[in-house]
Design a protein around this ligand. Structure first.
Ligand SMILES: [Zn+2]
Length: 132
């Protein structure tokens, strides 16, 4: 199965990640259904770290409210890996507690950015999606 991301949403996430690098960037990806992302909801990495990220609980709350009022679902959350590949780190897997959403990781390590999405259950990747 593939996940579709609209170009405007992808460009928004990409420019946010490039602006934040070398700090990891993060946000929510919203869409009308679980396979289609139409919007990036930018959030602050309160860790201000190049190796991990945490959401601001207030921003998470606002994101959920925003999604509801626009009839959008939270397809998943995303964060960037400024200098490592597009796959979850051990910590990412440990902290991925929701099996119902996707975890998107944008890697800026190579010349071409790479975006993959993962479903993570009990600390293990159970499915990987190519983004089209
Ligand atoms: Zn990570």
């Amino acid at each position: 199965m593939a996940i579709t991301i609209d170009p405007e949403a992808y460009l928004s996430l990409l420019s946010q990640a490039e602006n934040d690098a070398p700090i990891e960037s993060c946000g929510y990806l919203l869409g009308p259904d679980a396979q289609h992302v139409t919007e990036n909801y930018p959030m602050t990495n309160v860790d201000h770290s190049a190796e991990h990220f945490s959401f601001d609980p207030k921003e998470q709350f606002s994101a959920v409210k925003y999604a509801r009022s626009h009839q959008l679902q939270i397809v998943g959350n995303w964060h960037s890996h400024p200098a490592s590949p597009s796959r979850p780190s051990e910590e990412d897997k440990r902290l991925a507690l929701d099996p119902n959403i996707l975890y998107f990781i944008l890697s800026l390590a190579d010349e071409q950015p790479v975006l993959n999405a993962f479903r993570i259950q009990d600390g293990e990747v159970v499915e990987r999606y190519r983004i089209v």
